[in-house]
Design a protein around this ligand. Sequence first.
Ligand code: CMX
Length: 433
Amino acid sequence: MILLKQKLAQKIEEWRPRIQNLNDKYGDVVVDQVKVSQILGGMRGIKSLITDISYLDANEGIRYRGYTLHDVFEKLPKAQGSEMPTVEALLYLFLTGDIPTDEEVSEVMDEFSKRRILPKYVYEVIDAFPPNSHPMTIFSTAILTLSRESFFGRKYKAGISKKLYWDPTYEDALNIIAKLPTIAAYIYAKLYKNNKFTPPNPDLDMAGNFAHMMGIEKPYDDVSRMHFIIHADHESGNLSAHAGHLVASSLSDIYLSISAMINALAGPLHGLANQEVLRWLQALSEEMNDEEPEEEKIKQFVWDTLNSGQVIPGYGHAVLRKTDPRYTLQREFSLKHLPNDKLFKYTSLLYKVVPPILQEHGKAKNPWPNVDAQSGVIQWHYGVKEYEFYTVLFGIGRAIGVAANIIWDRALMFPIERPKSITTKMLEDMVKK
Ligand code: CMX
């Protein structure tokens, strides 16, 4: 057993009595009240989920295991010859709450290397898709196809104690995370590169290997590390994480759960916003005749979008009330590596003009940019211009957090999720009282 799994097993044993104690002694303590507006408003803000892997503060942004994103990038061990930490180090942090040593990271890298091979039928399923299919549909299906490999599924059928559910789930989780970059790079090659697929290199870390399979030179390996790390988790209530958690709560295997998570991410109000940002930026750039951005013309374009009843993609958030630190990190990277990129200049000017316009427009509770306002511009700069593919990249990152959460859900033996619904008439009667 590798150090990561040993430490995880030990942490699980330490954690279980805390949950047991809360349940046994304080099960009737009221934590939150629910307003009518929250029932009608997508359950916004109701405190009803638990995770120790990340926490989102409306003003500060996301923390992973108590660390801000800046801390995460500073403290996690870096990939060899790289500015960025490895995804393997992040997974270690997610599962154990501890910053790993180089040796601990290298063990996880070896594990990923061993688990990376894709069965032939997955390539065949991807090949069977018609060429105009959306990459997120192919991605979700390819993951789903792997359900037949589930170790948890086999153990469950054979009969396994509930206390041990987390163990085969951990095996499934590492198996699927290790395979995602190969699935994604193969989809990219099939859809956009005439099937010219570069096979994986077993010596590279997960994100470095993804850059290698995409056939893109440095610093795209660091772009990939940064991208997967910042997208990895955003609490349990965000749509994709919640979808993954919900499906897994029925003891569906991790392939079924991660595929569901990918489907949730594929909507334009969530992960697909990164594709929408690029589509919108292209329309903006065309309107400007591809010239240097001009403030007044950009303002007009933003107003035209709003006046036609559309949202400004990449702006606003259900929880955040300040600029998303994931946006800031990518902006800092862009200022260092692509300051003269034309689309980056558009993005920078939008950062100046959009928030005051959204404030004047008066609807969005948060006028500031989110992660999606900047991620696609970096991909475009390094040659990934097929923007329909961008949400697949988000999906690889988000799978790391969702899988880690599912392992812990099983370790803490959380039950099947089942909130209560009521009828409109019941709600009307309640407010009359
Ligand atoms: N442009 C225009 N209007 C916006 C807006 C934006 N960027 N963001 C919010 N609004 C509008 C909403 O559509 C809503 O209008 P209605 O009252 O007519 O329905 C109103 O402002 C209030 O919305 P809110 O409470 O501020 O935001 P929500 O929690 O309902 O929604 C989000 C959050 C992200 C869906 C929304 O801000 C949005 O649509 N943004 C653009 C899409 C986007 O960037 N999504 C990615 C988010 C990050 C991610 O998950 O990847």
